[in-house]
Design a protein around this ligand. Sequence first.
Ligand code: ACO
Length: 346
Amino acid sequence: MRRAAVTAVGHYLPEDRLTNEELSQLVDTNDEWIRTRTGIIERRILRDKSKASAFMAIEAGKELLAKRGIAAEELDVIIIATITQDMLVPSTACLVQTGLGAVNAWGFDLNAACCGFLFALNTAASFVESGRYEKVLVVGTDKMSTLVDFTDRSTCVLFGDGAGAVLVEADEEGYGVIDSALYCKADNWEALCIRGGGSLYPPSEATLADGIHYLYQDGRVVFRIAVEGMADVASEVMKRNGLNGDDVRYLVPHQANQRIIRAVARRMGVSMDGVMLNISRYGNTTAATIPLCLHDWERELRKGDNLIVAAFGGGYTWGATYLRWAYDGSAVAAGESPLQSAPTAT
Ligand code: ACO
C-alpha cells in the first residue's frame, strides 16, 4: 500500500525574543501569571517589517531541502498553512515557489488557523497516496505579531512568530500517515476570530477604529472546547487503531496553552515524557507549532515511532492524525540540539 510519510523537517525562528518581563512593560501583566496560566516564557518576533510569513516559509523550506539533499526543482506541490499571508494576492505559496526556485511546483494557501498544518499535512498525504505527486512541501508559517493588539493583555502574551516545514513523500513500507479524523464548524465562532479584512468587513476607517483587524479571543470559552475537541478527536483516532497511551511514543499537540496540553495528555493516558512541549520558548505560533515540535524533537525520533498529532484552532477547526515516523532522527546532522539550548518548560 502506498502511504505518505514525512521524510524531512525544516524550520525558521526569528532571532528576536520577546520575554514576559518585556510584555509586562507594555500591558498590566507579569511573568508569574503568564507562566502559570499558559506555560510561556518567551516568544520570537520578526521585527523586520519588510519580511513576513513567506520569508519565514522560504527559510524553513531551504533548510528542509538541504537536509533532504534534494533540489527545489524536485518539488511537485507547495501547501502553505497560514492565517497571516503576506498579501491576499499573490498567495504565500506563489512567493515561496519563486523564493525557493521550485519551478516545477504549483501550490496554494490553506487557512485553518491553529489546525492549518494538520489539514495541510492530510491534504499533502492524499496527493501522495493517490500516486499523482511524489514530493509535497507543507509549511506552517505565521507572523502572529501582525495580528496581535499589543494593548490587549489577554491575547498579546500568547502568540509568537515562526515557521516549520515538512516534506511528504511516498512510502511502501507501512510508515507515514496511518489514519486521521478532521473536523470544522462555525458554532460560536465569535469566541475566537479576526473579523476585519475579508469581504464581509473590508478595511475601512470604521473597522480600524473598531479594532476588528486584531485577533479576538474569549479565552475561557475556547479553553473548554479546545480541551474537549483535542482529547475527543485524539481518543477517536487511538481507539480506531487499537492504540493505548503506552503505544504512543509522542503526542504532538498544537501549542496554545500548557494546561490544555496536560489535560489532553491525561485524557489520552500519555505521560508528559511522551509529549512534545515547547510553548515555553515560542508561544503559540499558530500553523507553525506542530512542525516546530517535530523540528525540536527530530533527533529523538526513531523509525516506527507512533505519533499522535492533534490540534485545535479558530473556525473552529480540529483534528488528530496517527503518524508512523519514517526515519531515524539520530541520522540528522550533528550540532546543538534545540532541546538543550533553550529555557525549559515548567
Ligand atoms: N496578565 C494578567 N492577568 C490576565 C492576563 C494577563 N496577560 N490576561 C487575562 N488576565 C486576567 C483576566 O482579566 C481575568 O481577570 P478577572 O478574573 O479579574 O476577570 C483573569 O486573568 C483570568 O482570565 P481568564 O481568561 O479566565 O484566564 P484563563 O485562565 O482562561 O487563561 C488563556 C487565559 C490563557 C487565554 C486561556 O483561556 C486559553 O489558553 N484559552 C484557549 C486558547 C486556545 O486554545 N486557542 C485556540 C487556538 S488559537 C488560534 O486558533 C489562533
